[in-house]
Design a protein around this ligand. Structure first.
Ligand code: GLN
Length: 580
């Protein structure tokens, strides 16, 4: 696989594989951990007990911020630290953050750990991609850059695929802390591997001298940060004052305060990038003028793609028949990967204000309710067994043995997130092969052409879900898991035409002294897209007719595809001019 590629590629491939292993491991269980109720009997197993809205809010803000910091990390690497040093700093910070999350309970350490990951990713993520690109500046490898990024992207997804199984196993059998610790250990293995292979990457870590007109780092940070905080404050307070909290009503502006604050804070950052273009001259201006609009256009991709953790997980949870085939069920239970449901479950009793009612012993009172899974499912609910009610949780072994006879085993919803990573690994050779075949016949699309194609395929993937919504009578009968597998299959082909190509293009088209800063712009589009994904998922929850919610995604993808196609002649011209 690494034949005909620079020696540094396997070094960066495995480093990034381990980093993403930790990143997606933490992400996969993060919401579950926040929502899991505290469980006195098994402290190691207890979660934070947040309500769903708070958990989603923290999750959405985290996933947006974690991709916002690459802009600063890229800048510091370009100008001061260098790429390798930044990667090591970032890796260590993230590793410490994951280990911090392993400390049970909710306190300062929780937010501090998140902060470490957010800052760490800023140092790590743009710079490792830049370093990959720099390996291909050598004339010998110039034409294999796109392919190199495809391979690198596969490493990302091998990590992302494996981690969910490790996470599920550790959290189910040992507790949350062990799973977070595994993320930390993975990250440290990545750093160690990177340090061991430095001799193959050192030549790619070259800082290009700044030019006379370039702004100093301090002045950029001052110019961006101060207004960003001011804008965030305006976003936090003003729409709320004018329109009320739109959390439940998606049409009252953008919704949650944190959404507003975040999107407002992005205005000065976006302004900074546009002024970079306005002040640039000659060659730089043309290069930036090609890259920045592309970054803007792919916001739509991430907004659709990252609904995987939200709207599509809800679809899996509430509208998908998830019963495991018998053979799979016993294997999955053996390794602790099956989600068991009973006909009824015990839930906390709530008063009129939806607050838990506490009994005389201080513990929350509970009531029985039917397990919602069976409401729209073809699977018959097992006979009610009141003695085995708290699903999973603190049953004695004897009770569990009794209950397991009367439960149904489901594919747990978060495992659907591995489907995309699986397809990336499985389909990359195919996509790379098709492009290589086209190249031999001199018909390979240009890099921006591939990005437009990726956007179009993304639009098709949303149509799979529109069809799913129609066929399941708006989700009223649980649909087959194949709808989700199908949409992930299609969107992954789109992703493979777009995401690794974007990295490749940023690395070759950026003015050389600004490469990591422009990587930051690329990830900024992920960051904004992630927040929009949360907003679109809120629309999904709010819309009565689910097909419309998926249909909006389709229009968004087509609009962005149209935009890229309109820019295509110019993008191709610029690329041909500077890259030959
Ligand atoms: N799955 C990719 C990664 O983790 C997507 C990155 C992105 O959002 N731009 O690298």
């Amino acid at each position: 696989m690494f034949k005909n590629h620079p020696k540094g590629l396997p070094v960066l491939f495995f480093t990034e594989m381990w980093e993403r292993f930790g990143f997606y491991l933490m992400l996969g269980i993060f919401t579950l951990y926040m929502k899991a109720g505290a469980n006195g009997a098994y402290p190691a197993k207890s979660g934070l007990g947040f309500d769903g809205a708070t958990a989603s809010d923290i999750y959405g803000t985290y996933i947006a911020l974690v991709y916002l910091t690459p802009f600063i990390g890229g800048l510091l690497a370009d100008r001061i630290l260098g790429y390798r040093r930044s990667i090591v700093i970032g890796g260590v910070l993230m590793g410490l953050g994951y280990c911090g999350l392993a400390i049970p309970g909710y306190g300062v350490h929780f937010f501090l750990s998140l902060l470490l990951i957010i800052v760490g990713n800023g140092f790590f993520k743009p710079n490792i991609s830049t370093l990959v690109g720099n390996l291909y500046n050598d004339d010998k490898y110039r034409s294999s850059r796109d392919e190199g990024f495809n391979i690198f992207y596969m490493g990302i997804n091998i990590g992302a695929l494996a981690c969910n199984f490790v996470a599920a196993y550790l959290r189910i059998n040992y507790g949350w802390g062990y799973a977070f610790l595994a993320a930390g250990i993975g990250m440290f293995i990545g750093v160690a591997w990177f340090l061991a292979g430095q001799k193959h990457t050192v030549h790619a870590d070259v800082l290009k001298p700044t030019q006379p007109g370039d702004q100093a780092v301090g002045s950029i940070l001052g110019q961006v940060f101060v207004p960003a905080f001011a804008f965030a404050a305006v976003g936090w307070f003003v729409p709320d004052l004018l329109l009320g909290d739109g959390g439940e009503k998606p049409f009252t502006f953008l919704g949650k305060q944190s959404n507003d604050a975040f999107l407002f804070a992005c205005v000065p950052v976006a302004w900074f990038y546009s002024s970079l273009w306005r002040k640039a001259q000659g060659e730089d201006k043309e290069r930036l003028g090609a890259l920045l609009p592309l970054c803007a256009a792919v916001i739509a991709f991430w907004a659709i793609f990252h609904q995987n953790g939200d709207a599509l997980t809800t679809w899996a949870e509430e509208h998908t028949e998830r019963e495991m085939p018998v053979t799979m069920a016993s294997a999955a239970s053996q390794v602790g990967l099956a989600q068991e449901v009973f006909s009824q479950r015990r839930v906390p009793k709530l008063d009129a204000n939806k607050k838990e009612i506490k009994g005389a012993d201080g513990k929350p009172e509970t009531v029985l309710e039917p397990e919602p899974y069976f409401k729209n499912s073809k699977t018959p609910a097992p006979a009610p067994t009141p003695e085995c009610l708290p699903v999973g949780a603190d049953l004695s072994e004897a009770q569990q043995a009794e209950c397991s006879k009367k439960s149904v085993k489901l594919v747990s919803s978060e495992l659907f997130q591995s489907v995309n990573a699986f397809f990336v690994v499985a389909l990359t050779p195919l996509v790379v092969g098709v492009f290589a075949w086209l190249r031999r016949r001199k018909k390979e699309p240009s890099t921006p052409g591939k990005i437009a194609l990726g956007m179009f395929i993304t639009a098709l993937s949303t149509l799979v879900m529109v069809t799913a919504a129609v066929m399941t009578h708006n989700g009223e009968i649980r649909g087959t898991m194949m709808w989700l597998v199908g949409t992930y299959f299609v969107v992954t082909i789109g992703e493979l035409c777009l995401s690794p190509m974007g990295l490749s293009m940023v690395s070759k088209l950026s003015p050389p002294r600004l490469t990591a800063l422009m990587m930051g712009a690329w990830f900024l589009s992920t960051s904004i897209g992630n927040k929009l994904a949360g907003i679109l998922s809120a629309l999904f929850n709010a819309f009565e007719t689910k097909a419309y919610a998926f249909g909006i995604n389709c229009l968004l993808a087509l609009a962005s595809c149209g935009l890229i196609l309109a820019m295509l002649p110019r993008l191709k011209r610029v690329m041909a001019k500077y890259l030959g």
